[in-house]
Design a protein around this ligand. Structure first.
Ligand code: SF4
Length: 250
């Protein structure tokens, strides 16, 4: 039986923010370059505390030398380290990439598993990485990817009172339609880079200003400058809502 649920004011506001973000950033595709799910996993692990642009500079040669889980699993670790060095934290990242690929070979026949619980067993994979991979490689929205931009903007937009990524994710999953979970994150990251930056949000030119409780914070700087959020900027990295009463965003 179809159940039409009345949306709360916060849900309606979240949907309106989503619609505006869609207009503002029509293209919400993952900016990491990859050809297979395993390559996306590797690129996503490399992207921790590193820009996607930098990752895209190292992966062509990495994937030319080691195109799949089998090649990475049996590679000389020092060779991987050399190839990914410029992404930072390269020893840990290389170890995790090889560890994940070895498990993919041993337990999943060389193919990336499509279950969240299986992905979380792989070295270097937490919910953020698993969400990115599931959504972009398989079209499966199991959660909302919460990075530093998504944390900051969701907090400033009054969509969560939390700063812990798991709690932020849980709050967002209650507010947004499941098919939009991943594109929400990508668009919020775009907006975080272009307008609502960590240190100087440009509220005067923000198209979300009338929906944002922090828009007046130029007079009340407490929220934006809270020590907790400053700390967040230095970091590296439910119920499902069905909107039958809502005109569905495209
Ligand atoms: S109004 Fe200001 S604080 Fe709110 S999202 Fe826009 S830039 Fe960020």
């Amino acid at each position: 039986m179809s159940i039409t649920r009345k949306l709360s004011a916060k849900q309606q506001r979240a949907i309106e923010i989503l619609l505006r973000l869609k207009q503002l950033y029509p293209d919400a595709t993952c900016s990491l370059n990859y050809e297979t799910p395993v390559q996306l996993l590797v690129a996503t692990i490399l992207s921790a505390q590193c820009t996607d642009e930098r990752v895209n500079k190292v992966t062509p040669e990495l994937f030319r030398r080691f195109p799949d889980a089998a090649a990475i699993a049996s590679a000389d670790l020092s060779e991987i380290e050399t190839l990914v060095k410029s992404t930072g934290f390269y020893r840990n990242k290389s170890k995790n990439i090889q560890g994940a690929c070895r498990m993919i070979m041993q337990q999943y026949g060389g193919e990336l598993p499509q279950l969240m619980e299986d992905l979380l067993k792989l070295a270097g994979v937490a919910r953020k990485t698993a969400n990115v991979v599931l959504a972009n490689a398989f079209g499966i929205n199991m959660g909302v990817t919460v990075d530093t931009h998504v944390k900051r903007l969701s907090y400033r937009l009054g969509l969560t009172e939390h700063t812990d990524p798991i709690r932020v994710e849980r709050d967002l999953m209650k507010l947004l339609p499941q098919p939009d979970w991943e594109n929400w994150s990508i668009r919020l990251i775009f907006h975080g880079r272009a307008v609502c930056t960590a240190r100087k949000p440009a509220c005067d030119r923000c198209t979300l200003a009338d929906l944002c409780p922090s828009a007046t914070l130029t007079q009340k700087p407490m929220l934006i400058e809270s020590p907790e959020l400053e700390e967040l900027e230095n970091e590296p990295e439910p119920a499902i809502l069905t909107l039958e009463s809502q005109s569905k965003p495209t």
